[in-house]
Design a protein around this ligand. Structure first.
Ligand SMILES: [Zn+2]
Ligand SMILES: [Zn+2]
Length: 361
């Protein structure tokens, strides 16, 4: 068999290499890989990317011209193709023998390309009349994000627990008052060293059905993706940490207050911080009067933070702004310190954060 030359380095010879139980050719000089016809499909089907029957050339985007590089097998000029319709990375394909050349820095995106394609399709869906009606009636955003790999048991359990706890005391005003007095967090009581458990228990109480519904919607919306990225127990630990931290910040900032504070908002604000930093590609719809627009999490939660800061400055009552802002800051600190780890665990996330990924909003 004749030696195959590297299309990039020219003078280097490709070396047969085992790659995900396929024999392909690799250049040890530039790190590029050459896949003959069908080898790419076998490799992509063998890799864990959520798809078992991959048609690589079928999923390619537009052809964007002729490459300077030559096919190692049939010496024809390779053709540039966009990796996916909404992912601007160019791979080299041979029209003569259906071989594919992949540069070293393209390997990660190619390996994940079936799931990347599915995700970009989902991210780039445009709001329709159903999402408009939903948001108009509920005033809640519609989310566009990765479909989680694992079932979000912890998120569902947290929602269920919050709902069950609410209905256990919401029957009468007296039982509502009793629950909030015993388990809501009252700064003046804590200052006296009483009721030390309340910063945690207050996270599971809500003062009204609307308060509960709003919080649970946002927990469900952000929780499934965060639980998927973090794993079940880590997600639960961070949720409780944000709730506890937000509660303590609220107590410290309202030291002499006799007003008990309740709600999962502080913990959920922590989730917002992490979500904003790890899911930059996601979109949440925002509605101004009747106009619905997809926003990046950075803009969406930026506006949310602005509303909270305005409410705090304007001294509007009834909302624990310090718990919201405190939880959000804790979430951002966690989000920054775990960023590298989360990206390494979830290869799709750094790929979607690249400028090559075109997210329509
Ligand atoms: Zn090379
Ligand atoms: Zn060829």
């Amino acid at each position: 068999m004749a030696n195959k030359g590297c299309p990039v380095c020219r003078h280097s010879i490709l070396t047969p290499t085992q790659y995900h139980s396929q024999e392909i050719d690799a250049c040890y000089h530039c790190g590029g890989l050459w896949f003959e016809k069908d080898e790419m499909n076998s490799v992509l089907s063998a890799i864990d990317n959520g798809h078992d029957n991959v048609d690589f050339t079928g999923q390619l985007g537009k052809r964007s011209g002729v490459s300077q590089r030559q096919c190692p097998d049939c010496q024809k000029s390779l053709q540039h193709y966009q990796l996916l319709e909404h992912y601007d990375l160019e791979v080299d394909v041979c029209h003569g023998c259906d071989g594919v050349w992949i540069d070293r820095d393209e390997i990660a995106a190619v390996q994940q390309s079936p799931r990347l394609r599915e995700t970009l399709e989902k991210l780039n869906t445009q709001p329709n009349w159903k999402s408009w009606v939903f948001q108009f009636l509920s005033q809640m955003p519609v989310e566009y994000n990765i479909r989680p790999h694992r079932t979000p048991w912890v998120t569902w359990a947290l929602v269920l627990i919050n709902v069950l706890i609410y209905f256990s005391y919401a029957g009468s005003d007296n039982s509502m008052m009793a629950a909030i007095t015993s388990f809501g967090s009252t700064p003046a009581e804590l200052a006296n060293g009483d009721q030390w458990w309340t910063p945690l228990t207050a996270t599971f109480l809500h003062g009204s059905l609307l308060h509960l519904a709003g919080n649970m919607y946002f927990l469900w919306l952000t929780g499934d993706n965060l639980e998927d990225a973090l794993g079940h127990w880590r997600f639960l630990g961070l949720y409780l940490l944000c709730g506890l931290g937000a509660g303590l910040i609220s107590v410290l900032m309202n030291w002499n207050s006799n007003i008990p504070s309740v709600g999962a908002s502080g913990a959920i604000a922590g989730l917002f911080g992490m979500y904003m930093l790890w899911f930059r590609h996601a979109s949440l719809t925002f509605m101004i009067i009747v106009w619905q627009k997809k926003l990046s999490p950075f803009w969406y939660f930026g506006i949310w933070l602005g509303i909270n800061l305005l409410g705090m400055v304007g001294n509007e009552g009834g909302v624990d702004y310090w718990a919201h802002i405190g939880g959000f800051v804790i979430g951002i600190i966690i989000g920054l310190s775990m960023h590298r780890w989360v990206m390494a665990q979830n290869p799709l996330l750094p790929l979607l954060a690249q400028p090559q990924a075109r997210v329509l909003r």
